[in-house]
Design a protein around this ligand. Structure first.
Ligand code: ADP
Length: 627
């Protein structure tokens, strides 16, 4: 007996709407149908386990197939099946409150995920790519009649007795003319790889050719032959579903390679596993990074019960951990709703906090367990830790115990250790400890040497994140400030009691200043005569710490336009105590005075790589004359 009916939606033409609005994302039809097949299979397994199903389970492999000629794609499962009554109940009555609400929501929807999940329309996504959809099902119930359902995308459906003889459901899509691209082996394989690679029930798609041994030839060498074997596209128990205690390092590395075939081995990993107050499993890997922030983003894959959902995990994973790789699986994340909902969802916040805490704990543990290994990896780990400390106060609180500072000799210190180390030598008369740092060990070598000569330590802060980290540290450290080692002459970097006084008289100082100003002849340089050790250079060219930072920020688009627009401005520190200055003063010849001053100034520029072009040529010429 054939029965006709109307699908109970209050809108006449829901399918044209589905097609029109969801077109961009239409490949997810396969995810939805395969997920339904997996659910049906899991249900029959559970029923069997509970004794509610007494029949044979048989081979539960799900089959995905296509027929280019007939223009069909079929998904077949050996799950619990549906009776005609169940089809009417589950498939025909689309569960949403009102068509008007539905259409209203549709207007702003950005992707199919949002609507499909929210309105329980998984099955109907088939109509994005099909004109007509058939369901052939045989229920697990004893003596059940097979049922056949056909719908051509209007609200009319037809249900009649079917001819299916084994338990389960076949969904057959008659692909529409705009969607014929899906009638292709590679296309389907690609979609299955994306969404179904880790589903918990084996999924077979076509066959593939494999070489197998075929006896030995006359010479006793192995023979091979090609055979067609089932192509099972998924791994049913990916490592995140297994107990960490049963996994080896090799397992984790192998899985990593499976996810990112082209990547270097990761530094280490964290296995996530919670079931209260939310459900979450996963494995996060710390990749080897090459200071290349953007390239590495969006590498974490988000799953819900092993179904791939997205690799845009923004909002679920803290911003600074977006550089990590791996997978997160949680049925508790409301995957199908909008961004703004995600941001305010309390589960998402808890997950976010949990991941942050887990990562911090793991880092702390690695540090404590084997500091040497940790230090070796610090160059790579440091990026995450610094980024985390800058972007989340909560992480700073934990990170301060295992964040390392590295000095120009390659030694590592925790923040506390470093404070202890430099306090005795680098405290100014205002009781503030000054941390010195270099951003380029080669270019700033003269300054580093000068500082080291005074028993000052110099940190190496040469990664792109360090300029932000410096700002952040300064805000957090009490009674300490950071100065780039070339921000001033060494005696002025840390202003101490009993420093060197300028032994020149005011009049002499004024004279020296004039000679230098004339010799330099540029507004860019402010000459200051001051007292340093006679062992130091006669002249040092520096840029004030504050000024340089502001300019750096303006350069990086930090909204400091005002500073960016200002011309470069350097201080020329003339060391009044240096013998060369004495010589300049004693000379009676104005030309000779100017030449010496210019020479001393150029030497200062040279030591910082600031002397180039014509100036450099003139300097070489002058030097030759002098010798
Ligand atoms: P959802 O899966 O979100 O419930 P769907 O529209 O995809 O929404 O499916 C509606 C219902 O139809 C399912 O909940 C299930 O009861 C039934 N169903 C769909 N596909 C199958 C299948 N292959 N085998 C058994 N039941 C199915």
């Amino acid at each position: 007996m054939q029965e006709k009916g109307t699908i109970s939606i209050h809108t006449e033409n829901i399918f044209p709407i589905i097609k029109k609005f969801l077109y961009s994302d239409n490949e997810i039809f396969l995810r939805e149908l395969v997920s339904n097949a997996v659910d049906a299979t899991q249900k029959i397994k559970r029923m069997a386990a509970l004794g509610d199903y007494k029949g044979e389970l048989g081979d539960l492999t799900i089959d995905v197939s296509f027929d280019k000629e007939k223009k069909t794609i079929t998904v077949s499962d050996r799950g619990l099946g549906m009776t005609a009554e169940e089809i009417k109940k589950y498939i025909n009555q689309i569960a949403f409150s009102g068509a008007s609400e539905f259409v209203e929501k549709f207007k702003d929807a950005k992707d199919a995920n949002e609507i499909i999940g929210k309105f329980g329309l998984g099955f109907y996504s088939a109509f994005m790519v099909a004109d007509t959809v058939e369901i052939h099902s045989l229920s697990r119930e004893e003596g059940a009649e097979p049922a056949k359902w056909v719908c051509d995308g209007s609200t009319e459906f037809e249900i009649s007795p079917g001819d299916k003889t084994d338990r389960g459901t076949d969904v057959i899509l008659h692909i529409n003319s705009e969607s014929e691209e899906f009638l292709d082996k590679w296309k389907l394989q690609e979609i299955l790889d994306k969404y179904a690679k880790f589903l918990p029930v084996p999924i077979r798609f076509e066959t593939k050719t494999e070489s197998v041994e075929d006896g030995v030839d006359d010479k006793g060498e192995k023979k091979w032959k090609s055979v067609e074997v089932d192509n099972i596209i998924n791994t049913t128990n990916p490592i995140w579903t297994q107990a960490p205690s049963e996994l080896t390092d090799e397992d984790y590395l192998k899985f990593y390679k499976e996810l990112y075939p082209m990547s270097e081995d990761p530094l280490f990993w964290i296995h996530l596993n919670v079931d209260y107050p939310f459900n979450l499993t996963g494995v996060l890997y710390f990749p080897k990074v090459k200071n290349d922030f953007d390239l590495q983003r969006n590498k974490i894959k988000l799953f819900s019960r092993q179904v791939f959902i997205t690799d845009e995990v923004k909002d679920i994973v803290p911003e600074f951990l977006m550089l990590l790789h791996g997978v997160i699986d949680s049925p508790d994340i409301p995957l199908n709703v909008s961004r703004s909902f995600l941001q305010s969802d309390s589960n998402v916040k808890k997950i976010n906090n949990y991941i942050t805490k887990k990562v911090a704990d793991k880092l702390g543990e690695l540090f404590k367990k084997d500091r040497k290994v940790y230090e070796e990896k610090w160059k790579d780990i440091g990026l995450f830790v610094k980024y985390g400390m800058i972007s989340e106060d909560k992480f700073y609180e934990k990170g301060k115990d295992f964040a390392l500072l590295t000095n120009t000799n390659g030694e590592h210190f925790t923040l506390d250790e470093y404070q202890e180390k430099v306090k005795p030598y680098q405290t100014g008369k205002d009781e503030k400890v000054v941390y010195l740092y270099a951003t380029d060990a080669d270019k700033q070598d003269t300054f580093i040497q000068s500082a080291n000569k005074k028993d000052y330590d110099v940190l190496l802060m040469d990664s792109p994140i360090d300029s932000h980290f410096i700002q952040n540290l300064e805000g957090k450290l009490e009674n300490a400030s950071l100065k780039r080692v070339d921000a001033d002459v060494v005696d002025k970097l840390i202003d101490k009691e009993g420093g060197y006084e300028n032994l020149l008289t005011d009049e002499q100082s004024k004279k020296v200043k004039e000679i230098f100003e004339k010799a330099i002849g540029s507004q860019t340089y402010n000459v200051e005569v001051e007292g340093s050790s006679p062992e130091e250079l006669p002249v040092t060219v520096t840029m004030d710490e504050f000024m340089r930072r502001m300019k750096d920020m303006a350069k990086n688009g930090g909204g400091m336009g005002f500073y960016g627009a200002m011309p470069d401005n350097y201080k020329v520190g003339v060391n009044g105590n240096h013998p060369v200055i004495d010589r300049i003063l004693k000379s009676e010849d104005a030309a000779e005075q100017e030449r010496l001053a210019k020479q001393a100034f150029d030497l200062a520029l040279l030591s910082q790589g600031l002397l180039t072009g014509k100036e450099l040529t003139a300097f070489v010429k002058r030097s030759v004359e002098l010798i």
